[in-house]
Design a protein around this ligand. Sequence first.
Ligand code: AMP
Ligand code: GLY
Length: 412
Amino acid sequence: MRAVVVGAGGREHALAHVLARTCDVVVTPGNPGIPASVDAPPTELDADLFVIGPEAPLVAGLADQLRAQGKRVFGPGADGARLEGSKAYMKRLLVAAGVPTARHGSFTDRNEALAYLDTLGDLFVIKTDGLAAGKGVVVTTDRREAVDAVERYLSGEAFGDAGRTCVIEEGLTGPELSLLAVCDGRSAVALSPAQDFKRVGDGDVGPNTGGMGAYSPVPFASQKLIDEVMADSVAPTLHALREQSVDYRGVLYAGLMLTPTGPKMLEYNVRFGDPEAQVVLPQFTSDLGELLAAAADGDLGSVPGPRFGGHWVTVVCAAAGYPRAPRTGETISGVDRANARDGVTVFCAGVARDTAGRLVTNGGRVLAVTASGATLSAARTAAYAAVDDISWAGRHVRRDIALRAAEDRPPS
Ligand code: AMP
Ligand code: GLY
């Protein structure tokens, strides 16, 4: 099977790497660290399967465009991608489907928004309605900071039109879990659960990022919990989408918080997580291409369920200044040495080549180093050993990815 992966980040590198076990793969546009990157519009490529990585082209309707050309596509149309493109829409759908989520309201009016803040407890959460590259969420106990966020969002100052509607919700507490489900429009299968580390600094301090690392599987995510989320959240969501004539074929990424009163849906994404993909996909011991093609055909029942093996950790290496103002153009060394280690793969994201052909930093999250092991602790040790092979000026990594889980401590 020939497959085209659309996108340019670490997630797309991981998709291509794992699909290449059974498919001929090209990635568009890819990046200089991803083999088989081609610079051609996906509409001009020919393949048996198209897999769209990032949310922006999904929200913009690329899957619809490719399907209109008769292509087999894994990824929702623009109608389904609204789940990620508009948090207000997502919240309405969650309520319609009866999926447990935080108490919330959607606002365009400043005074109504500020009045709603007064109805919340002491943890305020303010989110842009539209896409903000993972940076549009403020979680704070400081009411002044909450008011400031509301004002900067609604005025358009902070995120332009993406923030002119904002969602305000009660703050929840508990460990977070990413559960990715592959959907064929009617049914869904769960992939191995992952945990992502969103804050930039060790001990979960500093601003939210796209994700600084991840591990999978997750010791506290039992099969019972996964079955419960699939039955109580994912299945009713697919049903509610179908009632709106949305034929959702792609990944439904459930971002959950495991609160003292049960799992609650923080958000849905309409794509594989990044960096979750870098630990969930290499874990496949069954054929990823076959599974995604069956989902794209609306016929998951025609293939065996996915199987997984091993323990996996990925550590993101970020540029100095990430997430605010990443420094680009720094020469990267040691990637080949890291890749040569047993069970280690380096997935490239924010990289470019300089005029001398050397790999240089070209974004915030530059690359992710994934390693496997017989235990989570072994995977973690292997990942950090490989991380230490790689260097550039000002490189930033978190040193506590998967630490608590590897030490058998309860999640934070
Ligand atoms: P989201 O983009 O909605 O997943 O939010 C990004 C991050 O903000 C989540 O991964 C959580 O860490 C945090 N967050 C979002 N909603 C809430 C909430 N209601 N309570 C506490 N933290 C939240
Ligand atoms: N790792 C979080 C995300 O992909 O949205």
